[in-house]
Design a protein around this ligand. Structure first.
Ligand SMILES: *Cc1c(COP(=O)(O)O)cnc(C)c1O
Length: 478
């Protein structure tokens, strides 16, 4: 890769496009419903429509809202429609952002600036999205973690105890990414009001799903602007809003909060500079596509899709609960959930390896060890097949407990359990350096099951760490 350079003469465009298509051959098979994260699709027709809408504003730049009134109009209308959906009144205002991460970063920055403390802190559930850890790191805000209860909800009493005069914000999720569980937002709202601190609700996942789940008749705890203490909400249009990637919304109760998000610099030789959010140049494509998606689907479209997704979720959850040794973590409120082993003889990461071998792309969780699923309409057709494969995988994993010490399962197990987190961090950083080094090499994660379906022998480092963990368990009498 180090010798690669820009071609001296440009290549044929048709050839380039053919080459690009061929590069996707080894990608995760999201079109067949084989992935359980990353892609939210409604099928080819909707995708074509999104591409067209995206293409119409492909070149326009929302950096200057005065230059492209079209983009400002799309943004304003997306913000207003989202505010109405989440029961905000006429005072609610906000901006579009490039995605959930930017939305989370901005919430932390906004409340840090508003609090104006020397050592600002934020109170977050242990299950809060990792974008908040990133925000804490970037913006110098100390994250104060609160555990979650057995249902997966933020522990209120613990949250109350951690509030102090440096608390710049409290965050709750609706729902949280790991378990799909909504935090006790109503109670957190009361707490926040009492303590006079803002409450941000991270509804990046749920913003365009929960309102329709509620309308379908599912009982949900209140979590949006109907809860008095909620001061802001983030909602991704590029997840369950089914728009093109690069679109999220952050809403504030009123301008007294939003104004702390804005950046103004008056002394730049390049001119007086204003910026509503994090980015400079902002493509018009995702903004236009978000507007188009919301208008095309409408409430009836979103409700129909939510119905399909919730039916598939029910099939999956009940299917998993019917497999001996497996359980769902907490009480999921929508179409996102985690499943774990409740049988010491059944290693869930081995189940993951076997499922991977069967062509399913599943994400691994830790603390506790589990597998994860985010259900989309495409999963309706594969839910039964998935459960069949999972049942087989669980049986096979139970028959081969020794696989837990080998291959990927051993690696994930060690990464999750090793008490020396600094060592885990160092190793993960090494992988990053390999990925982004001059060679741009993909690390060898293919230590899962070999072609015969067996886990290969672990390498020396894995053996050493496994020994260490065994020793630790023995010492702790477990
Ligand atoms: C996806 C997600 C985010 C981050 O969004 P990105 O669009 O991936 O940057 C934040 N919070 C929750 C709950 C999410 O699910």
């Amino acid at each position: 890769m180090t010798t690669l350079r820009i071609p001296e003469t440009g290549r044929d465009r048709a050839e380039i496009l053919e080459a690009m298509k061929s590069f996707g051959g080894d990608d995760a098979k999201w079109r067949d419903g084989r992935t359980w994260s990353l892609v939210y699709s409604l099928g080819d027709e909707h995708t074509r429509f999104l591409k067209e809408a995206h293409g119409l504003y492909f070149s326009e730049n929302a950096l200057n809202p005065l230059a492209f009134k079209s983009l400002k109009r799309f943004e304003t209308e997306v913000v207003r429609m989202t505010a109405h959906l989440l029961h905000g009144d006429a005072q609610v205002c906000g901006t579009m952002t490039s995605g959930g991460t930017e939305t989370c970063l901005l919430a932390v920055k906004t409340y840090r600036d508003r609090a104006n403390r020397r050592r600002p802190e934020m109170i977050v559930p242990a299950t809060v999205h990792v974008a908040f850890e990133k925000a804490a790191h970037y913006f110098g805000v100390k994250p104060v973690h609160v555990p979650v209860d057995d249902a997966g909800r933020m522990d209120l009493a613990a949250a109350r105890k951690r509030i102090n005069r440096n608390t710049a914000l409290i965050v709750g999720s609706a729902p949280c990414y790991p378990y799909g569980v909504i935090d006790p937002i109503e109670e957190l709202g009361a707490l926040a009001q009492q303590a006079r601190v803002p409450l941000h609700v991270d509804s990046c996942l749920g913003g365009f799903m929960l309102p329709f789940v509620e309308r379908l008749g599912h009982a949900l705890p209140p979590w949006d602007f109907r809860v008095p203490g909620v001061t802001s909400i983030g909602a991704d249009v590029h997840k369950y809003g089914y728009s093109a990637k690069g679109a999220s919304v952050i809403l504030y109760r009123n301008m007294d909060y939003l104004k702390h998000q804005f950046f103004v610099y008056t002394e730049w030789p390049g001119g007086i500079f204003i910026s509503p959010a994090l980015l400079g140049t902002r493509s018009g494509g995702p903004i236009g596509a978000a507007w188009a998606a919301i208008n095309a689907l409408g409430v009836n479209g979103y409700m129909e899709i939510a119905g399909t997704v919730m039916d598939a979720t029910k099939t999956l959850i009940e299917g998993i609960q019917g497999i001996p040794g497996l359980k769902i973590i907490g009480k999921p409120d929508m179409s996102v959930f985690a499943y774990a082993s409740e049988d010491p003889a059944l290693n869930i990461y081995v189940v993951g390896d076997i499922m991977e071998k069967k062509g399913w792309h599943v994400d691994r969780l830790q603390k506790p060890e589990a597998l994860h699923a985010m259900v989309t309409p495409g999963h309706a057709d594969v839910a039964d097949r998935f459960i069949e494969d999972l049942r087989e995988a669980a049986e096979q994993a139970r028959a081969h407990p020794e696989w837990a010490q080998k291959g990927n399962a051993a690696m994930y197990g060690i990464m999750a359990e090793l008490p020396l987190r600094g060592m885990v961090r160092k190793n993960v950083l090494k992988v990053m350096e390999q990925l982004y080094g001059p060679e741009g090499a993909m690390p060898d994660f293919d230590a899962g099951l070999n072609d015969d379906g067996e886990a290969p022998e672990p390498d020396l480092a894995v053996k050493a760490a496994t020994l260490f963990l065994k020793l630790k368990r023995k010492l702790m009498g477990k």
